[in-house]
Design a protein around this ligand. Structure first.
Ligand code: PDD
Length: 286
């Protein structure tokens, strides 16, 4: 059965959810997106995602067509209409559809496009959380404003396709010999002296909401953290490696480019942080 999507003010079956071919999201990737997890029917860390949405749209001079409060209501209604227990809510806002393809912003009153849909995903019981994932490395060929959650994802499509073809679960992108982040996740290592290392926020990476929450939860537990870039050589010499994202929470990385990391099995830190995050997600869901 078709799930229900939201398109510019209406709830419609997903197969009827359509936008114009002149939509600037379609023509220019002139839009922003967010992905929030749903656990037991509740949105996980959603205020953080919507705060990032507001920041991203501000950076591209796009005004949200609805308030954040209204967007939250719409997300909740979509979850209810789809009876979604566990999965993801995808949200995209674009600069709308003008009357012609023209690069500068529309001159007239063009309403931004707002669409949302859901997908089912049992993130908590994902088999890969128990086995860990392999990652491959690829050059980071993206633009210089990766802090903006733009829908221009071709570099990540190619990176993640290369990972899929190599039988890996994620691609870590490299720039100047350093790991920036995963194709759709933040990258972490645990050093031999038990320091959690993840790249500092800057224009070079997306400020991950799960990254932020995991770092806060780790800090509350007096775990040692360093926000700095690391190399693949350092990751291969680390005790553990892992990724974080709304769609995977915390996932152990057990090999990079076919070379084992640590014991080659999910390590205790990644496992513990995953448990702590799931506890947080359950306790704070709305
Ligand atoms: N991706 N880095 C990149 C490049 C991402 O695309 C994502 C999320 C993250 C993790 O951010 P967060 O913890 O806020 O999900 C980091 C989403 C899940 C996606 O594109 O599907």
């Amino acid at each position: 059965m078709d799930s229900i999507a939201y398109v510019n003010g209406s709830f419609v079956p997903l197969s009827d959810a359509k936008v114009s071919v002149l939509d600037r999201g379609f023509l220019f990737a002139d839009g922003i997106y967010e992905v929030s997890a749903v656990l037991d029917g509740k949105l996980v860390d959603n205020a953080s995602h919507l705060a990032r949405l507001e920041r991203s749209v501000g950076e591209i001079k796009l005004k949200l067509p609805e308030t954040v409060e209204r967007i939250t209501e719409l997300q909740k209604e979509l979850i209810a209409r789809n009876k979604l227990a566990n999965g993801l809510v995808y949200l995209q806002v674009t600069r709308g559809a003008d009357t012609a393809r023209d690069f500068p912003f529309p001159k007239g009153e063009v309403k931004p496009t707002l669409v949302m849909f859901t997908s089912e995903k049992d993130i908590i019981n994902a088999a890969s959380a128990k086995t860990g994932i392999n990652v491959i490395t690829v050059p980071d060929i993206r633009w210089e404003r990766r802090d903006i959650k733009s829908v221009a994802l071709l570099a990540q499509v190619l990176a993640k396709q290369a990972a899929a073809e190599a039988g890996a679960g994620e691609a870590w992108m490299l720039e100047d010999g350093l790991v920036t982040e995963g194709g759709s996740s933040s990258a972490f290592i645990l050093t031999q002296n038990d320091v959690i290392v993840t790249r500092q926020n800057s224009n070079a990476i997306l400020p991950g909401c799960t990254r932020k929450a995991v770092l806060a939860l780790a800090a509350e537990r007096q775990l040692r953290i360093e926000e700095r870039a690391f190399t693949v050589t350092e990751a291969l010499a680390a005790k553990e490696a892992f990724i974080t994202s709304a769609s995977s929470f915390v996932q152990p990385v057990v090999a990079i480019d076919g070379k084992q990391v640590g014991s080659g099995k999910p390590g205790p830190m990644a496992t513990r942080l995953r448990e702590i995050y799931v506890e947080f997600a359950k306790a704070t869901g709305v």
